[in-house]
Design a protein around this ligand. Structure first.
Ligand code: FAD
Length: 391
């Protein structure tokens, strides 16, 4: 094996590009090849759910092209190229171009998975209306949705989680009519205690959003200009277009097929190393020491640590307390969720200005928190008291 083989990164999302940037700060010589199934545009994915109200087009969200990035990073970037196979013994990748016309092999010195996550599969929905149902997980999905939204007025949102609520906030302020359906009893029910969820719900309702909780969509029927959604409780909603925001699933298939250990994500230790010593993972695709987190903060911390490790200084990542700002500008909300399975209970204090909720364990330690409205000013104080995710 030749040590001049490149460091190969699969994926040009925030994880892949952040890693390449951090690595280049430490090492300007090692060749880097980034392979991506999309067009390699650098953009901030979080802005996808907060751009309509500001009139930002998908094109305006693209901050740098793949050519710009290749120049800045002194890297080879292969766009519209899919890695379809990994032979770990030979350190060999199979690459297939979008058109399927070119099939090639590429050898790596070290390999990094930054393959992200895909929208979770939809629950079974019957009917002939699925062509007017969209999901948004990248810039081209967003472009597809924005194009279909032209001259439309009524949007049905399926899912009232973090991304669903951000889209509700954005679409209503852009002058659209918004109905939101969720199986759960209140918005962000997996992240927020009821008082905080209801507080957010109330502010979105005051702006015109209509929520329907406790029943999923069972059928979407195409009408002349739009859709009719039937809910499992027998009620129905008319809309022009539907958007599903039902969570994510890590892209682990390629790693699993190559015999790398995967669980919810590609399993790594705190140095981001997988079960293969030459293969690493970070971002939405990675499960780092048991933590699967689909947020930007953990991936930027991981990129910094992994760049050190790849340039010769083994450096573990240590997730502290990681609060996330929910971009519901109608009711600013911050959530720092306790780790899954954490024992404890929410202690809530609420007034008309906002809700402050602390998740406290049996020993009185702060393990997470949720803040809405003016209570978000407590973010820094609570962050400094909250125990880190990793010891
Ligand atoms: P991705 O951006 O999914 O990139 C994956 C890359 O891998 C892509 O380039 C893809 O083409 C490539 N790829 C995958 N498989 C292959 C293959 N086999 N061959 C070649 N290429 C491949 N987080 C926050 O912290 N705050 C927020 O406010 C926030 N808002 C969000 C709003 C929305 C609408 C969404 C969708 C997410 C939001 N997030 C937010 C989450 C955050 O954006 C993600 O955690 C982050 O962007 C993930 O980056 P990534 O690089 O790991 O994955």
């Amino acid at each position: 094996l030749d040590d001049t083989d490149p460091l190969v990164i699969i994926g040009s999302g925030l994880a892949g590009y952040h890693l390449a940037k951090e690595f280049r700060k430490l090492d300007q010589r090692t060749p880097i090849t980034i392979i991506t199934g999309d067009d390699g545009t650098f953009y901030s994915k979080p802005l996808l759910s907060a751009s309509l109200a500001h009139g930002k087009t998908p094109q305006q969200l693209a901050t740098a092209s793949a050519e710009d990035m290749a120049r800045e990073l002194n890297a080879e970037i292969l766009v519209h190229t899919h890695v379809t196979n990994l032979e770990r013994d030979a350190r060999l990748l199979t690459l297939v171009s979008d058109s399927g016309g070119i099939r090639a092999e590429l050898r790596y010195s070290r390999l990094v998975f930054a393959t992200g996550a895909s929208c979770a599969s939809l629950p079974p929905i019957e009917g002939d209306g699925l062509a007017r149902l969209f999901q948004i997980n990248n810039l081209s999905d967003y472009h597809r949705f924005r194009t279909a939204l032209t001259n439309r007025k009524r949007v049905l949102l399926i899912g009232a989680g973090l991304i669903g609520c951000e889209f509700a906030n954005d679409l209503i302020q852009a002058g659209l009519e918004v109905e939101v359906v969720d199986l759960q009893p209140w918005p962000l029910a997996n992240l927020l205690p009821e008082a905080a969820g209801r507080d957010l719900q109330q502010r979105l309702e005051q702006a015109g959003v209509r929520f329907h909780f406790g029943a999923g969509v069972s059928r979407l029927t195409r009408t002349a200009t739009g859709l009719q959604a039937e809910l499992a409780d027998g009620s129905s909603i008319d809309a022009d277009i539907a958007l599903a925001a039902l969570g994510l699933a890590a892209n682990t298939g390629l790693a699993a097929a190559a015999g790398i250990t995967v669980n919810r994500g590609i399993v790594t230790d705190r140095t981001l190393q997988t079960s293969d010593a030459n293969v690493f993972a970070l971002g939405d695709c990675a499960e780092v020491d048991g933590h699967s987190l689909y947020y930007v903060a953990p991936l930027t911390q991981s990129a910094r640590a992994l760049a050190q490790t790849l340039s010769g200084t083994p450096t573990p990542v240590r997730y502290g307390c990681l609060p996330v700002a929910v971009k519901t500008t109608l009711r600013p909300t911050v959530v720092c969720p306790p780790k899954p399975g954490q024992q404890g209970a929410w202690q809530v204090s609420a007034n008309s200005d906002g809700v402050s909720a602390e998740f406290v364990d049996a020993d009185g330690n702060l393990r997470g928190f949720a803040l809405t409205g003016s209570a978000i000013t407590q973010r820094e104080t609570l962050s400094s008291r909250c125990l880190p995710l990793m010891d």
